[in-house]
Write a protein that binds this ligand. Structure first.
Ligand code: DX5
Ligand code: ZN
Length: 223
């Protein structure tokens, strides 16, 4: 399948005017809006929480792709569903079979997409295998999460080959999202790796011309 989506990450913009960043995503013709929630615990930085997402919700019908970089996500997913997320991704590092099972079932019941994320040094845990077939998204982090503007970790390409073998065995049918350091120069190889959703922080929202950056991203994949 050659369909793919561009998901700008608004934390790479003006944190004091995220409303305007949403507007830039809309006029730039983004497919999704990637919302990086950081709690200052799972990662050292703090960004925003569900209250902000709820405020932003009225500005657009674009799908909200909520990436929870927080501890104990099982305690918080409800807030993020109620805030209007279309898909919610939690980190494997802070889940186990029981808590992820709970998150998974809750999101499915509420018709919210289920995502699992893994850090650069994390492999898919064995407990996750039974959920793979019903995952809507797998975020493969290509930077250590915490801030935008970091450099893409090249080993991610090899990791993707290993991951795809596991995903195939367990009948993954969702999207792989590439998150962290994705640029005009490496988006083509990320697509070749199998990623179909591309997060763009500094390479999209960090640019003056968001629409041009998104257009360039698309053309680079299609070429
Ligand atoms: C990493 C976040 C990413 C990041 C993207 O901490 O999950 O979404 O902000 O920004 P860039 O594309 O600049 O790495
Ligand atoms: Zn993210």
């Amino acid at each position: 399948d050659s369909q793919f989506m561009i998901a700008p990450s608004i934390i790479a913009g003006d944190m004091n005017n995220l409303e305007n960043e949403i507007k830039r995503c809309i006029s730039g013709r983004a497919d999704f809006i990637h919302l990086d929630v950081m709690d200052g615990q799972f990662v050292p930085t703090k960004t925003f929480d569900h209250t902000k997402i709820k405020e932003l919700r009225s500005l657009t019908v674009l799908p909200f792709d909520t990436h929870l970089m927080i501890n104990e996500p099982v305690k918080h997913v409800k807030d993020y569903v109620e805030a209007g997320s279309d898909i919610i991704t939690v980190h494997a590092e802070v889940c186990d079979e029981t808590s992820f099972g709970e998150i998974h079932d809750y999101l499915k019941q509420n018709k919210v997409g289920v995502g699992l994320a893994i850090n650069p040094n994390t492999d898919l845990p064995e407990w996750s295998y039974k959920f793979i077939a019903s995952l809507d998204q797998l975020i493969v982090m290509s930077v250590v999460p915490g801030k935008s503007g970091q450099k893409y970790i090249e080993e991610t390409h090899e990791k993707m080959t290993r991951l795809k073998a596991i995903l195939n065995v367990h009948k993954f049918s969702g999207y792989i999202e590439a998150d962290g350091g994705v640029t005009f120069d490496n988006i083509g190889s990320c697509f070749a790796d199998g990623a179909r959703v591309f997060v763009g922080g500094s390479a999209i929202i960090g640019k003056q011309d968001v629409r041009g950056a998104i257009r360039d991203f698309r053309n680079q994949v299609l070429k």
